[in-house]
Design a protein around this ligand. Sequence first.
Ligand code: SAM
Ligand code: DTB
Ligand code: SF4
Length: 350
Amino acid sequence: MAADASSAAPLQDPALRHDWSKAEVEALFALPFNDLLFQAQSLHRQHHKPNSVQLSTLLSIKTGACPEDCAYCPQSVRFETGLKKEPLLDVEVVLEAAREAKDNGATRFCMGAAWRSPKDRDLDRVEAMVRGVKAMGLETCVTLGMLKPAQAERLADAGLDYYNHNLDTSPEFYGKIISTRTYEDRLDTLANVRAAGVKVCCGGIVGMGEQESDRAGLLQQLANLSPHPESVPINDLVQVEGTPLKGAEQLHPLEFVRMIAVARVLMPKSYVRLSAGRQAMSEETQALCFLAGANSIFYGEKLLTTANPQNEKDRALLARLGISTEGSVSAPPAAARESQQGESCSTRCC
Ligand code: SAM
Ligand code: DTB
Ligand code: SF4
């Protein structure tokens, strides 16, 4: 049976493991590509609808001037990225963007703020945003930095469905990327979110110059959280001019696919989101990510501050693959393919 995102209980199924060793995770990465994809796709089909993805739309509700030093991030005050800073948006502006996201087919609206952690007085407005978005029938997600227990409880009381807070990379590589908060700080926030009864969205970034053992280390940490995060975003670094990671060695697309596949094997019931980086990714790579078990994407022409594929382009890709979106009534794949043929096949061969 496929899981339903909106009613998912914490993932405490005794069949799910939380005791993965690093060697076991590395062994999955070392499998022949086809064996790994077969395993990932088989598990995916046991737990999810095989041809369905969930659409989340992002909005930056407070942009730039962040005091943290995350080496990948265009919003840190420490890097000259040319980003225009914006204070916390008005509730009505956010609700208008959420309405548009819903009209475009998203089922979850994720609001991100460039904060180290929110001030209690900022939470009043964020709570109003959460209430308003939820009242539209959308799932709500916020990512605001580190949270104290009482702050997590306030968000839970406002009806928040998900809190996004990423571990980003392995504990060993972490210090090369961020110095202003620790891995433990992140784990504490995740525990506070969980204790408040809010679902956890937690993943990381690849393509930051890390080793495969770091990618394995990140997934080991995520999979050994109990319960597993309900949502696991895997971001491919979007390189931004002015950040320390501009010019980092890019990850081979097939290594990115492996990352998705291993995430699916370790956390078979979670939603695995093919997250940042799709703008620079070929359609073939994205198709392999879906085969490897990705079943969620960020949908909408902007992530927080950087570009994401155009809606029409994503619609065309999903139609070509016969993938429907959660909460929508989809056209049959053959009809969808025919409607797209003129766009990409000039030879009339298919
Ligand atoms: N300030 C909050 C925090 O760091 O928790 C919330 C917003 S922050 C932008 C959310 C996540 O976006 C980060 O943890 C990171 O994983 C991801 N991210 C930021 N910049 C990125 C980039 N250039 N490429 C890929 N992912 C990125
Ligand atoms: C996540 O894991 N990725 C999203 C969301 N959670 C908040 C953010 C991606 C940001 C990419 C860079 C930008 O647009 O600023
Ligand atoms: Fe700030 Fe979040 Fe960017 Fe780090 S990732 S600099 S905490 S906005």
